[in-house]
Design a binder for this molecule. Structure first.
Ligand SMILES: Nc1ncnc2c1ncn2[C@@H]1O[C@H](COP(=O)(O)OP(=O)(O)O)[C@@H](O)[C@H]1O
Ligand SMILES: [Mg+2]
Length: 395
C-alpha cells in the first residue's frame, strides 16, 4: 500500500517507528506535514494539494494530529475521508476524543465507567458540583490539556473554588472530577488497534506527584491486562470511532475507570515498556483495512428522503416481547434492523429467528414516519435516590 503519515514531527520516535515499520513490510510511505495541505473544493470531486501541488493517490493515511492543530488537522482528515482514502481514525473520532468533556458525554451513554465528573460555568454551581463528585480533594482539568498539563489536584473545596473561578475568569472551561485515591498515582495505558489491545503498560507517578504521565516524570512497566480492562479499552476506542487509540484507565475499586482516549498515542513509552512492535501492529492493521474505508453511515443513509436511522426500544409491556424479529412486523413496515443491543451485548445483523426481550434496543434503518410512531415517549428521568424528596426538579 501507499501510506501517508500525517505528522508535524517527522523526527519523533513514533513517526520514525511507523515509517520504518511500513518500509520494513514493503509498503510505500511518506511523512506529510499536516499544515502544508490545502483543501480544494473548487473541482467537481474533493481534492487535496500538498506544498502547492496536487496530491498523488494514497491508499491510506495515519493521522497524528497534535492538539494545537485539531481544527485544521481534522479538516484535512475529513477531506481524505471524502476522497475515500482509508483512515483508521476519522475526523469525528479525533475531535470527539480531543475534548475531554465531549468524550465523557459520548462514553457515558454506553455504560463505560468513568470517574464521576461535572461541568459547570456559573460561580454558584461550582460548590454543589464539587460536592456531587465527592468533595475535596478534587481534580480540576482543562478540557484540552495533554501530558498532564492542566490537570490539578485541589486539596480543599475553597482552593478548588478559587482555581476554578480563576480559570473561568480567563475564559477557560474546566472539568470537575472525583479524585480516585485508590489508584495511588498509577494508571493503565492500553494501546488499542482495531478490536484488540496490542500492548499495555502501567504508568507510575514520580514521588508525591499524582499524575502518572511520562512527561511528568512517571515511569512505565509492562502489565498483563485483566480481560475487563481489555474489553473496556476496546469498547471505548470503538465508541469514539478510533481504530488506533491509547486508552487511559484508572484502577478503581470496582474496576477500570476510563479517563481519556487518545487519538495519537505515543509509541515510545509503550514499546520500551513492553518490548512489543506496536508500530508494526498498527501498520499491519491499516494494510488489512485498505480498500474497505469506513463510511459515515448517517451521512450516507439519510440522503434518501423520508428514510433514516433510529433506535427503537422494546418496552417491557409492548407486544413485541417474546416475538421473533420475523414476527415483529418491522420488515413489513419497511424497517430493517441493523443491530440489536441487549445490555452490553451487540448482535449485528440479527436474524429473523432472534427472540426479542424487554429493554432490547434496535438500531434500525427505515421509513422515518413508520419509526416515529414506534419511538417511545421520552422516558422521564427518575429522581436520583440521593435527591431530597421535597426538593423540586429544576425547570
Ligand atoms: N480523577 C483522577 N483521579 C486520580 N488521578 C487522576 C485523575 N485524573 C487524572 N489523574 C492522573 O493525572 C494524569 C493526567 O490526566 P489525564 O486526564 O489523562 O490528562 P492528560 O490529557 O493531560 O494526560 C492521569 O494519567 C492520572 O495519573
Ligand atoms: Mg492522559
Amino acid at each position: 500500500m501507499k501510506l501517508a503519515v500525517l505528522s508535524r514531527a517527522p523526527q519523533s520516535y513514533s513517526t520514525q517507528r511507523l515509517r520504518a515499520a511500513a518500509l520494513q513490510r514493503g509498503h510505500r510511505v511518506k511523512v506529510l506535514n499536516t499544515l502544508r495541505f490545502a483543501i480544494d473544493l473548487t473541482a467537481d470531486e474533493p481534492d487535496l494539494h500538498y506544498r502547492g501541488r496536487q496530491l498523488s493517490d494514497y491508499d491510506a493515511i495515519l493521522p497524528r494530529i497534535g492538539s494545537s492543530i485539531t481544527y485544521f488537522g481534522t479538516a484535512v482528515v475529513r477531506q481524505f475521508e471524502q476522497m475515500d482514502v482509508y483512515t483508521p481514525n476519522t475526523a469525528n473520532g479525533i475531535s470527539s476524543a480531543r475534548d475531554k468533556l465531549r468524550a465523557n458525554q459520548i462514553l457515558s451513554r454506553h455504560n463505560i465507567a468513568m470517574p464521576p465528573t461535572a461541568f459547570v460555568r456559573n460561580r454558584a454551581d461550582v460548590r454543589p458540583a464539587i460536592e456531587r463528585v465527592g468533595g475535596a480533594p478534587v481534580v480540576i482539568k482543562l478540557l484540552e490539556g495533554t501530558q498532564g498539563i492542566g490537570v490539578i489536584l485541589a486539596p480543599q473545596v475553597k482552593v478548588a473554588e478559587a482555581i476554578i473561578e480563576t480559570l473561568h475568569s480567563t475564559n477557560q472551561n474546566v472539568l470537575i472530577q472525583k479524585f480516585i485515591a485508590e489508584s495511588r498515582g498509577r494508571d493503565i495505558r492500553a494501546l488499542v488497534v482495531g478490536d484488540r489491545v496490542v500492548a499495555a503498560m502501567r504508568r507510575v507517578a514520580a514521588g508525591d506527584e499524582f499524575r502518572s504521565n511520562v512527561h511528568r516524570g512517571g515511569t512505565v512497566e509492562p502489565v498483563e491486562l485483566d480481560p475487563v480492562y481489555e474489553q473496556t479499552a476496546v469498547r471505548s476506542a470503538q465508541i469514539m470511532g478510533l481504530r488506533v487509540a491509547g486508552v487511559d484507565m484508572l484502577e478503581g475499586e470496582d474496576g477500570p475507570l476510563v479517563m481519556e482516549v487518545n487519538s495519537s498515542p505515543g509509541l515510545q513509552g509503550i514499546e520500551t515498556a513492553t518490548k512489543l512492535d506496536a508500530a508494526g501492529a498498527i501498520i499491519d492493521y491499516i494494510a488489512n483495512q485498505v480498500g474497505f474505508p469506513e463510511i459515515d453511515v448517517r451521512q450516507r443513509l439519510t440522503v434518501s428522503t423520508g428514510y433514516g436511522v433510529a433506535e427503537l426500544l422494546v418496552h417491557s409491556d409492548a407486544d413485541l416481547v417474546g416475538k421473533t424479529l420475523g414476527e415483529s412486523g418491522l420488515w413489513e413496515r419497511d424497517i430493517t434492523v441493523l443491530t440489536l443491543h441487549r445490555g452490553v451485548q451487540v448482535i449485528p445483523n440479527p436474524r429473523k429467528n432472534v427472540v426479542l426481550e424487554a429493554e432490547d434496543r434496535l438500531l434500525c434503518f427505515g421509513k422515518l414516519e413508520e419509526m416515529r410512531s414506534m419511538i417511545p415517549e421520552r422516558r422521564r428521568r427518575r429522581a436520583r435516590v440521593r435527591r431530597l424528596p421535597k426538593q423540586p426538579l429544576a425547570e
